[in-house]
Design a protein around this ligand. Structure first.
Ligand code: FES
Ligand SMILES: [Fe+2]
Length: 436
């Protein structure tokens, strides 16, 4: 559990909060590159870290990320005209370029130099991995772009989706690193309803798109989570007993401050979730399927592209999901009785059903929880985030922000002899990206 104070400390990321300052030391994913597909296309609204911004692609193709409100009298630049190397406010015609400089002020006398004194808040952007990233911290501390293990892959080896999640970033992220929920929240059931629940779970085999069947998830329902501190965040080893002489290790990484990468047995497809606060009660999920060994299979991509078991259907023109907390994720009680633990269709919505709605609430009250053995990794990321934010308050900048190359470590899933430490046995796979 966390104290009320620590829970507020870790979940609040608006301007001026300690955790918000930590987030503002890193590049964060802002919009999909296709949301601003071409020069001079319509601007889009972006809510990030409790700030309202506008993204636009200028005539030269550069993406600007500026404050939503015009610095003149506050009109929204969402309604602006994006043309001739800048975004023009439609209230009185002031115009701003991607750097935030005011480049035209047509309602002021021609001899006025007022426009040279006015700027709009603007954040730098970088496009990598199909995503536009932005950096919202002090200009002189601009970090290195993290060399995430999927980010440099060719387009045919990755698939990126974005969702609006109606809860604080942390409780969504805690689900990503928690491997012990998989046979339950994402579990299937043997249809024989005369059997006890656990036996029905254990008779099934877990299978995700792009991955082979993985029997160990249901074989051992009480995995042990082991964490190793690293410069990029945490190395997470989930251990399950598969035979008398070996363990299965599901080896993931958690990257400061935003993402989890989850392993598969090579050459299967891997998964990453990036969680970014929109504000304290909403977050963005960027969900990436990626494969460092081979291009994604066309059948696999079909599964990612169409709503179904793995991804939910979006409400057209939004990143909100058709199955959501306001319709109980379209839970099907008959399916819950006969074929799946939750009765909820897609994996992302199974996660959200346990994270978002009342009484969990958009910011879970962690003074009320009871953490068990399997929650060691949850405690691990909380400690890491709180410590990094406290160190920053004392003037110690986060090491990871300025060492992008340390992020290129791969997750993996493999069996090892019981006596082999997982970080040793998996080293060859984990470091493979760094040797490419
Ligand atoms: S409010 Fe934008 S130009 Fe006046
Ligand atoms: Fe999950």
């Amino acid at each position: 559990m966390l104290t009320k104070e620590d829970n507020e400390f870790i979940t609040q990321t608006g301007p001026g909060t300690p955790m918000g300052e930590l987030w503002r030391r890193f590049w964060v994913p802002a919009v999909m590159a296709w949301e601003v597909p071409e020069p001079d296309c319509p601007p889009v609204r972006v809510r990030l870290l409790s700030e309202d911004l506008i993204a636009f692609r200028d005539t030269s193709g550069k993406v600007g990320m500026v404050a939503n409100n015009c610095p003149h009298r506050g009109a929204s630049l969402f309604f602006g005209r994006n043309e001739e190397e800048g975004l023009r406010c439609v209230y009185h015609g002031w115009k701003f370029d991607a750097s935030g400089a005011c480049i035209d002020m047509p309602n002021e006398p021609a001899e006025s130099n007022f426009k040279s004194k006015v700027h709009i808040a603007a954040y730098p952007t970088v496009e990598r991995g199909g995503i536009v990233w932005t950096y919202m911290g002090p200009k002189h501390l601009e970090p290195e772009m993290p060399d995430l293990p999927w980010i440099g892959l060719p387009e045919e080896s990755r698939f990126v989706l974005k969702f609006h999640v109606e809860c604080n970033y942390l409780q969504a992220m805690e689900g990503d690193i928690d491997n012990s929920h998989i046979p339950f929240a994402h579990g299937k059931l043997d249809p024989d309803t005369s059997l006890p629940f656990l036996e029905r779970v254990q008779r099934t085999i877990f299978k995700a798109a792009g991955q082979r069947e993985q029997s160990y998830y249901t074989k051992d329902l009480a995995p042990r989570g082991i964490i190793k501190e690293t410069d990029y965040g945490l190395l997470l080893g989930w251990r399950r007993t598969v035979s008398d002489d070996s363990f299965n290790w599901h080896i993931n990484h958690w990257f400061l401050p935003h993402s989890t990468v989850m392993g598969s047995p090579p050459p299967d497809t891997m998964l990453s979730n990036l969680r970014v606060p929109m504000d304290d009660t909403n977050s963005w999920q960027f969900r990436i399927r990626w494969n460092p060994y081979r291009p994604l299979d066309p059948d696999e991509v079909e599964e990612y592209r169409h709503a179904g078991t793995f991804f939910p259907e979006l409400i057209p023109g939004t990143f909100k999901c058709v199955e959501n907390q306001h319709n109980d994720y379209l839970i099907d009680r008959e399916k819950q009785r006969t074929v799946s633990v939750t009765g909820i269709q897609s994996q992302t919505q199974q996660d959200r059903a346990v994270n978002e709605p009342y009484p969990t609430g958009p910011i879970y009250d962690r003074t009320k929880e009871h953490l068990g053995t399997s929650d060691t990794v949850i405690i691990g990321i909380r400690r890491k985030l709180i410590r990094a934010a406290r160190e920053l308050m004392l003037g110690h900048e986060p090491y990871a922000a300025h060492h992008g190359d340390i992020y290129n470590v791969r997750p993996v899933d493999l069996d090892l002899k019981r006596e082999v430490p997982f970080e040793e046995g998996a080293r060859e796979w984990v470091e493979a990206g760094q040797r490419k």
